[in-house]
Design a protein around this ligand. Structure first.
Ligand code: MN
Length: 294
């Protein structure tokens, strides 16, 4: 299998986004052998495309924007004003990705991120579906694909498994929306690491590789050989992005929501370089696999 690009999450490098931070993160990304940066579109980062895009272009990187919703803009709400705020927020996020020259908006774009208090109601789900159909259309017109990232049960009540993501995609019924799978979340929620990938097939558009403790790749309990064999079997050719968090690098509005309380690493360059080698080894191992016809 040959991924379209190898990405890395910006929080491996920095918890803030000054011009100096941007340069450090984007040059580090390139030097560690990655070809894509995933930027969390945090309000506190206040990413200015006029500053960031020239640096992205200088290092020849592709761009993913990662977004999540909060209680003020949760599109699974029954309150029309909150849902409208969510639609506006997601459209603005897609606009920012496009202004950065990016091609994908992913993450928990379908609900609030954080410990759920109750399941989503049928009306809330209908609001979510209608909003995401509109957002997928808006983003598609900008050349930005919309990826729905399945997340564990402590972060969202809506999409914990790939099967649930596929069912929601059926309801959204828009070709610009796809499944965004994450090995860290899969490891918590799925029966195994291969079946969900095989179920997604061509509807899998984006991949996060994250370890069971969100630290260095290969030092946890995620079954990566099964996962990469399944990617090769479906002939996946999309991006593969490494995601890891440590209390050594914090952006409070995101890392606190993700419950990142420990130092799982301190040196970004060592972490990024070893993850890149780990991913390469997994891809080499599945080289003999010929994809099933798609
Ligand atoms: Mn993820």
């Amino acid at each position: 299998m040959t991924p379209e690009s190898f990405g890395i999450h910006a929080l491996v490098w920095t918890g803030t986004w000054t011009p100096a931070d941007a340069r450090k993160a984007l040059s580090g990304t390139r030097q560690a052998g990655y070809t894509r940066i995933e930027l969390p579109l945090l309000d506190t980062w206040n990413i200015d495309p006029a500053v960031t895009k020239p640096i992205v272009d200088e290092f020849g990187l592709k761009v993913t924007g990662n977004q999540f919703l909060t209680e003020v803009n949760d599109i699974t709400s029954e309150d029309p004003q909150i849902v409208a705020a969510g639609e506006a927020y997601l459209k603005k996020s897609a606009d920012l990705v496009a202004a950065l020259g990016g091609d994908l908006l992913c993450g928990t774009v379908y609900s609030r991120l954080g410990r759920p208090e109750k399941p989503v109601s049928p009306r809330g789900r209908a609001n979510c579906v209608a909003t995401l159909r509109t957002v997928a259309e808006h983003a598609g017109n900008l050349g930005v694909k919309l990826g729905l990232e399945l997340c564990n049960r402590y972060e969202t009540p809506l999409l914990n498994t790939a099967r649930q993501a596929l069912d929601l995609l059926d309801e959204i019924d828009h070709p610009n929306a796809c499944v965004h799978i994450d090995t860290y979340h899969m490891h918590i929620e799925e029966t195994d690491m291969a079946t969900p990938v095989l179920a997604c097939g061509t509807r899998l558009g984006y991949v996060h590789v994250g370890e069971s403790h969100r630290g260095p790749l290969g030092t946890g309990t995620v079954d990566y050989p099964s996962f990469f064999r399944a990617l090769a079997t479906i002939g996946y050719t999309g991006p593969v992005t490494f995601e890891s968090f440590s209390s050594a690098v914090l952006a409070p509005e995101l890392t606190h929501a993700l419950c990142i309380w420990r130092d799982l690493w301190t040196d970004s360059t060592t972490l990024a370089t070893s993850a890149r080698q780990f991913i390469d080894a997994q891809i080499r191992a599945v080289d003999p696999i010929r994809p099933l016809s798609r």
